[in-house]
Design a binder for this molecule. Structure first.
Ligand code: URA
Length: 230
């Protein structure tokens, strides 16, 4: 897409206004002031206006490093929500893809594309979620096999799907699950007599949280990342 079209559509301004701000060198492409209206850009090009990244017209897709204390919802009367962390003109159109508990940190995807988020959270097409888990007690032997075989959670009729557990230390593990049942990770460890003291989501399917994304920060997903979860 041409740069002038990208800028006018993402800022919601006229072609004439776009020409002006391009002439004033207020638009940067990959950090360099750019005034050529016909320069080709796409969703992965870093286009900024006064230091703020512009997103192309069309659906929005972000990854957020969720801090403790934020709710995965669009509104809440008592707590801040993950949307409060998104400083974008169209933030009010976004929703979180699935939920993390208020005290769980890490990867949250946000979008205004309902079909895309449904494809990720739908029980038929659940993606693998990877968590870093801190435990109150050292992990007993054999939990890997129990989780792989599926365990019965309190009050449920069906066992969990096979889950993969990797020990990192006596009280720290990585866990991959295929489902998204209510408080699933905490309940799985409760079922084997342990307790989760901290929970951090590292990945959803092929998308891992960036190591250098600060707590509370977010970034746009690339076209390839969006496509990888379709
Ligand atoms: N499992 C939990 O128990 N809590 C979360 O936030 C996510 C998975």
């Amino acid at each position: 897409m041409r740069l002038d079209k990208f800028v006018s559509q993402s800022l919601g301004i006229t072609r004439k206004q776009t020409k002006q701000i391009l002439r004033q060198q207020l638009i940067k492409v990959n950090g360099v002031p750019e005034c050529r209206a016909d320069q080709q850009v796409d969703a992965d090009t870093n286009v900024t206006f006064e230091g703020r990244r512009l997103h192309p017209p069309g659906p929005l897709y972000f990854m957020l490093n969720k801090p403790d204390g934020y709710i995965c919802a669009t509104k809440d009367s008592r707590h801040p929500t993950v949307l409060d962390l998104i400083d974008e003109p169209r933030a009010h159109t976004l929703h979180p893809v699935g939920r993390l508990d208020i005290d769980t940190t890490g990867l949250v995807l946000l979008t205004d594309d309902g079909q895309w988020s449904h494809g990720i959270t739908s029980p038929k097409r659940q993606k693998t979620k990877r968590y870093l888990v801190h435990l109150a007690e050292p992990l007993i032997d054999g939990v890997e096999q129990q989780f792989e075989a599926g365990i019965m959670l309190d009050g449920e009729k069906n066992p969990t799907l096979p889950a993969q557990l990797k020990r990192l230390s006596a009280t720290e593990v990585e866990l991959c699950i295929q489902e998204g049942r209510y408080h699933q990770v905490k309940r799985m460890f409760a079922a084997v007599g342990n307790a989760v003291t901290a929970l951090h989501r590292q990945a959803i399917g092929p998308i891992s949280l960036d190591d250098d994304l600060a707590i509370g920060a977010y970034r746009a997903l690339s076209e390839a990342e969006v496509a990888s979860l379709r």
